[in-house]
Design a protein around this ligand. Structure first.
Ligand SMILES: Nc1ncnc2c1ncn2[C@@H]1O[C@H](COP(=O)(O)OP(=O)(O)OP(=O)(O)O)[C@@H](O)[C@H]1O
Ligand SMILES: [Mg+2]
Length: 322
């Protein structure tokens, strides 16, 4: 077995009476991405800060490439790159000057720092802006500059706290593409996010943190499967037909009126598929018998959104985006 790039065992951290982490375990193998997902206050940033040696755990063992964050913080710092929830660049310096400064602080020679900065400026599409102060950058440019900064010293583990929060969809996609490319080059990553789509796109393993406890870990597909229920969905045109179709279907299936969820805005109805494909066929027959023409019909597993809400004990509102 190869040694994990990051290994967290029994991490505990309290701030006064608030327990931010109460015994968290996770491991990230080389070249893999682990996503830490959780609502506000779950403890994500706290874990990131501990891994990055910016906070000390009260208990537990945390190792980066085999080095203990408490016993060997310098060895850890030499091996990680950190992109914080709030950007950490000097606003008054240009993007290039920031990268040079960070490279020099990491012990690169002037020449190596210059070459590495040029390479990253190119890679993150910052050439046009590299000469002006970071204070003038847009949110997306700042995020890319921040990411470039965290890569100056070629870290073996990249730690990213909400790398795409505040970005527009195009900016988010750009960051995702950069992270996927880094993964392909063998960089291990721990990233926190509030976006399920981000976890699903990028992560090999997703860990769901809630009030300092890991409530579930697995691949996106495994987590989806955890909620267990499959759903039959049917869509109607016009959408205004859906309440009547839902009432008729509930009656045919012998369900209470709220046993079929109708969304008049989208034209979809949803019903739990207790019998999988059997339920799908039953729904198709029942709707046909009542003369409702179905525009779309399908059986699907729960989305990661629904799994997340079920696992963290929050409640889904309506139909999740597909
Ligand atoms: N330095 C601190 N002093 C006191 N309490 C803290 C400190 N840092 C974090 N906490 C508390 O620990 C808990 C976890 O906070 P943390 O910042 O790790 O959450 P998070 O998952 O990153 O949330 P968010 O999604 O809002 O960024 C919260 O209740 C927070 O108020
Ligand atoms: Mg946070």
């Amino acid at each position: 077995m190869t040694q994990p790039m990051l290994e967290v065992t029994g991490a505990v951290k309290a701030f006064g009476t608030v327990t931010a982490l109460s015994g968290v375990d996770l491991a990230v193998p080389p070249g893999r991405i682990a996503a830490l997902l959780g609502p506000n206050g779950a403890g994500k940033t706290t874990l990131v800060r501990i891994v990055a040696t910016l906070a000390r755990p009260d208990a537990g063992v945390i190792r980066v490439a085999g080095y203990d964050v408490v016993a060997d913080p310098y060895a850890v710092r030499a091996r990680i790159g950190l992109t914080g929830q709030y950007a950490g660049l000097d606003e008054a310096l240009s993007g290039r000057a920031n990268l040079m400064l960070i490279g020099r602080l990491a012990g690169l020679s002037r020449q190596t720092a210059r070459e590495r900065a040029a390479e990253l400026i190119d890679r993150f599409d910052l050439a046009a802006a590299a000469g002006r102060p970071v204070g003038t950058y847009s949110g997306g440019m700042r995020r890319r500059a921040d990411l470039a900064a965290s890569l100056m010293a070629r870290p073996s583990l990249l730690v990213l706290d909400e790398p795409t929060t505040g970005l527009d969809p195009a900016g988010r996609r750009q960051v995702w593409a950069s992270l996927a490319a880094l993964r392909a080059e063998g960089t291990a990553m721990l990233l926190t996010t509030q976006y399920l789509e981000e976890a699903e796109r990028l992560a090999d393993l997703v860990h769901i943190l809630d009030q300092g406890r890991m409530v579930a870990s697995g691949t996106p597909a495994q987590l989806r499967a955890r909620t267990g229920t499959q759903l039959v969905e049917a869509r109607f045109e016009p959408a205004s037909v859906v309440p009547a179709a839902a009432r008729a279907l509930a009656a045919r299936l012998g369900l209470p009126p709220d046993g079929v969820h109708a969304d008049p805005a989208s034209g979809w109805l949803t019903v739990a598929a207790r019998d999988g494909v059997g339920t799908l066929l039953e729904v198709a027959r029942a709707l046909a018998a009542d003369g409702f023409a179905v525009a779309d019909l399908g059986l699907r597993g729960p989305t990661l959104d629904e799994a997340f809400l079920a696992l963290t004990g929050q409640h889904a509102v309506g139909r999740a985006a597909s």
